[in-house]
Design a protein around this ligand. Sequence first.
Ligand SMILES: [Mn+2]
Length: 313
Amino acid sequence: MNCIKSDILQAIATHPTIIIHRHIHPDFDAVCSQIALKKTLQQSFPEKNIFAVGCDAENLEWIGSMDVIQDHEYRDALVIVCDTAEMKRISDQRFQLGATLVKIDHHSDGENYGDLTCVDPSYSSVCEMLADLFFSYPESFNLTIEAAAALYAGIMGDTGMLKNGMAGERTMRVVSQIKKFSFKPERIHRLMKKNGTDLSKWKQLVAYRAQVTEQGIASLRVTKEMLENLGLDSYEAAPLIHALVAYKPARIWVLFIEEDGKIRVRIRSKTAPVNEIAKKFGGGGHKLAAGALLSSWEEADQVVEDLGEKRMR
Ligand SMILES: [Mn+2]
């Protein structure tokens, strides 16, 4: 069924749990629409359970992180899929487990899926669609600064910073409404630029600083001091994991980044499952991509040691 804005609001209002998906290999609009919807629904419907799921997107983590949820959460849930034209491209195929499925997309040539299908190619982006929905029902939706910033980044992403011809009159109108929230566009522009696909800027750092153990575990430790020298914050340095995978041949890759007195670890693996070890250190994730927050560099050594033992078995 082709749906209108009020149908989306109705679907949201009548489900206790809402799980938001988007496509694999996410771009700005995919993750930004997902996070903006999650934050807005959390703020507007505090009694509901709201989750955003899908594969990790480290270079977009500054927008918001993904939730790791169990299958049973899908019972009675409304599943909303953002920015994804075809079902096979939906990240986390459990979207099918929900009670009701809604597609929100702006691609004209997609597949017709979902109990409700909201597709309108006249929008530049799904973020513009959501902004229009939120501003159409101000009594139902409460935006936060984080949600506004994510909507802004998603619109900037799909319109090429308003330069690629996708931005229309409505785009400009919602951008001006979003801008009433006091986020810093210059920070978003900087983060968008830094988190493009150009990994070559990290090549030397990986070459000089990464270590590989006999067991094939490549690790890179980014201290607070290194971050300062690089002029980055801990989120901006997250894409280093891609550079580590790209430039350091190994079986398992481990990136440690110091943040606020703790150490964020990201683990990627070619074949050996690594989520159990992430779980052991209070984290989680998927079989080949997991992470945790550690309290010391000694724990970081322990992670590398444990991964090495796993490899030997
Ligand atoms: Mn899009």
